[in-house]
Each structure stands twice: as C-alpha cells, then as structure tokens.
Design a protein around this ligand. Structure first.
Ligand code: FES
Length: 149
C-alpha cells in the first residue's frame, strides 16, 4: 500500500493551496508521488492521491495517462529518455537509443536485470537546437554523439 511521507503530504497540500481549483494541483502532486514511489505511478498511488486531494481517481487517472513524464510501470534507478522527434531523429537520436539498448542488453522500456537502467524513446523534450539529446532522471544531456571506437 502506498502512502505519501509527511513531507510529500505537506507538498501536495501546499500545491493545492496555490490554486483556486484543486484539480490544478494534480500534475505537481503526481510528481511528488512518483518520486516517492521509486519513479512510477501505480494504481495504489492514484487511490491515495484521490483520498488526499478529495478528487475522483478517474480525474487523476486522466491526467496521469495523458502525460508521458509519468511512468505507468516500474523504471530503473536511471530512467534514460532519448528524444526521437524530428530534430533529434535527423541527428541520430534513434541510432543512439538502439546503441544504448544494445550495450545494456535491454529492450526499450524494460528495466536492466540489475535494476539500474530503463531506456525509453520519447517525443520532443524541448531542446531541439542541441539535438540529439536525452534526459536521465531530472538532467538533460545535449549534443550527443555515438563516438564509437
Ligand atoms: S526534437 Fe529532440 S528535443 Fe526537440
């Protein structure tokens, strides 16, 4: 069973107080909950947020399912999200994703057996001018190259 920590609960309440409509706090609250649930949102997380925020689970679920930054299944300690949208694709983003998967011997969106990595291919991460790029947890890495030996 998932429960927010006291700190997480305080953060969610603080977010709810910031907005006229408490539904506006769903996204930041999902962020808090995802961090506390090892990087993903389970059905238990949705139920708990629904209770805490007094918002139907269906509404929280709608937001959760719409945004790709919320993970629908467990991810590795390092969630490597490689952009495969047009600028990154033209600069080798897809080859980069394939190369990393091959090196780690893992398919996209799977967790490596040691639990350390998940490689995902995602849509534009908003750094098209420095393509190709990837996001690892909360950090961005830009102007990537394969530089194979
Ligand atoms: S296309 Fe990759 S960051 Fe925009």
């Amino acid at each position: 069973m998932f429960q927010l920590s006291q700190e997480g609960l305080d953060q969610v309440k603080k977010e709810m107080a910031r907005y006229e409509a408490k539904e506006s706090a769903i996204i930041p609250s999902l962020y808090v909950a995802q961090k506390e649930n090892k990087g993903w949102i389970s059905p238990e997380v949705i139920s708990h947020l629904s209770e805490v925020m007094e918002i139907p689970s269906s509404k929280i679920n709608e937001v959760f399912k719409f945004y790709s930054m919320f993970n629908q299944k467990p991810v590795g300690k390092y969630h490597v999200q490689i952009c495969a949208n047009i600028s990154c694709c033209l600069e080798g983003g897809r080859e980069l994703a394939r190369h990393i998967c091959k090196e780690l011997k893992v398919n996209k969106d799977e967790v490596t057996p040691d639990g350390r990595f998940t490689i995902s291919q995602v849509e534009c991460l908003g750094s098209c001018g420095t393509a190709p790029m990837m996001q690892v947890n909360d950090r961005y890495y830009e102007n990537l190259t394969l530089n194979l030996p």
